[in-house]
Design a protein around this ligand. Structure first.
Ligand SMILES: Cc1ncc(COP(=O)(O)O)c(C=O)c1O
Length: 434
């Protein structure tokens, strides 16, 4: 069966809503650590996938999964040690006071439940997100995902803040006190929300503003925004679906970079290293107020197999010191990407921390005109051809997204940077540049 034939069958049976990442669909058949192999036996360095946080097919995770799958799989309505132990392991990673962990299957479910809880507990209905946000795809959470639907369909209960992009936002590194500038804009949006008759139930914070391309915000902005939302009666939900689980370095959670203690923390993707496992962690008083009115059941979430996987993932991250690796390799990767920026005019900016970077690509550094989504997708295809898998994000789709499994080493960073260098050189040549 050729790749093309499979692609045609895929599009026929799954329908037209499903995209491919690259010009030519990749047909992957095996993974190990940071490496992936396609059907033809070609090996690629994975510089994009955060879901296999511990690396593709980590033997400890696979063993935990298969042992439990061969023994028993039920649900959270029965007692099971692994479920409780997993919850205890997660809450041990959170600040004191966030000691209740509700289990769900996806990031969408986590944010959906978190907002339902916030609305119930505060009695408010509004929500605060940023431009080009993505928090998931249920009816409720899609409305919080400003990246994916037209502006004119935004509900009146939504306040949308400007992402603190210090490269291409209204306040940059060149300005004094950019955090105060972004706060002023946020206050205006919150006032406008109030004028539409809504107080915020919650701010959904993306600690890296991931969909915009990972960002390092002005140090004072996130906390000031949280304080302002709290003063207006809202809770703080830190959406750690991408930023959590040591993605940003030694800190287990993204919010820890900003001196914030959220009321609710949601996470998903990296928790099961490929197995559908997600959570809503919160304070006991919040969980109790919610439970006085509602019970919660989720058939698959936190079943014994998922719980064993979740435990194994945390044990691997701790045992292999992947947080420290993320910090150390990340600093090296960041420095190498800065060198690459000096070499290529097409790179307007590199932002990120830990093992999460975005390369903002511009047709011209002076105007900061962004490349289009399709152009970056083509660049990604050239880089795949050079043996490295990257992704795309950004408000205009202009950001090359680098977010590898946490087992990424300096040697892997060198391979990735060299492939991106060659890909950019080809891309520039195709456009008639050097
Ligand atoms: C920040 C963030 N939150 C939530 C989600 C939704 O997670 P899921 O796809 O598991 O529903 C995503 C998915 O990309 C995400 O990036």
């Amino acid at each position: 069966m050729t790749g093309r034939t499979l692609a045609e069958r895929r599009s026929k049976v799954l329908g037209p809503a499903y995209e491919h990442f690259f010009d030519e669909p990749l047909h992957l058949v095996r993974g190990e650590g940071v490496w992936l192999w396609d059907k033809a036996g070609r090996k690629y360095l994975d510089c994009y996938n955060n879901v296999p946080s511990t690396g593709h097919c980590h033997p400890d995770v696979v063993e935990a999964l298969s042992n439990q799958a061969a023994t028993l799989n039920t649900n959270t309505r029965y007692l099971h040690e692994a479920i409780v132990e997993f919850g205890e392991m997660i809450t041990a990673k959170l600040p004191e006071g966030l000691d209740v962990c509700m289990l769900v299957c996806t990031g969408t479910e986590a944010n959906d439940l978190a907002v339902q809880i916030a609305r119930h507990v505060t009695g408010n209905y509004g929500a605060v997100v940023s431009e080009a946000s993505y928090h998931g795809n249920s009816d409720l959470v899609l409305k919080l995902s400003t990246d994916v639907y037209p502006v004119e369909e935004r509900p009146d209960w939504l306040a949308v803040t400007e992402p603190p992009n210090l490269y291409r936002g209204p306040f940059t590194r060149a300005d004094d006190g950019p955090g105060a500038g972004y706060m002023e804009l946020a206050r205006r949006e919150l006032d406008a929300l109030g004028a539409r008759g809504h107080a915020p139930a919650a701010l959904l914070l993306e600690p890296m503003w991931e969909s915009n391309g990972p960002m390092v915000a002005p140090a004072d902005y996130p906390k000031a925004l949280c304080d302002e939302v709290r003063a207006r009666g809202g809770l703080i939900i830190s959406d750690e679906v991408q930023a959590g689980y040591c993605r940003t370095g030694k800190n287990w959670w993204g919010f820890q970079h900003y001196d914030i203690i959220p009321d609710i923390v949601t996470c998903g993707k990296p928790m099961g290293a490929g197995h559908p496992l997600a959570m809503v962690a919160t304070r006991r008083d919040i969980a109790e107020k919610f439970a006085r009115k509602y019970s919660y059941f989720n058939t698959f979430a936190g079943n014994p197999v998922s719980a064993q996987v979740g435990k194994a993932v945390i044990e691997v991250i701790d045992g292999e010191k992947l947080g420290e690796n993320c910090e150390n390799t990340g600093n090296y990767f960041n420095a190498e990407l800065a060198k690459l920026q000096e070499k290529h005019d097409l790179i307007g900016d590199v932002q990120g921390r830990g093992l999460f970077y975005g390369i903002d690509l511009v047709t011209d550094p002076a105007s900061k005109t962004p490349f289009t989504r399709d152009e970056i997708r083509h660049l990604g295809s050239l880089i795949v051809d050079e043996g490295v898998i990257t992704g795309t994000c950004g408000r205009y789709g202009q950001v090359l997204k680098l977010r590898p499994p946490l087992v990424f080493s300096r040697e892997h960073a060198d391979i990735a940077v060299a492939a991106i260098d060659r890909g950019l050189t080809r891309f520039a040549a195709e456009r008639g540049g050097s």
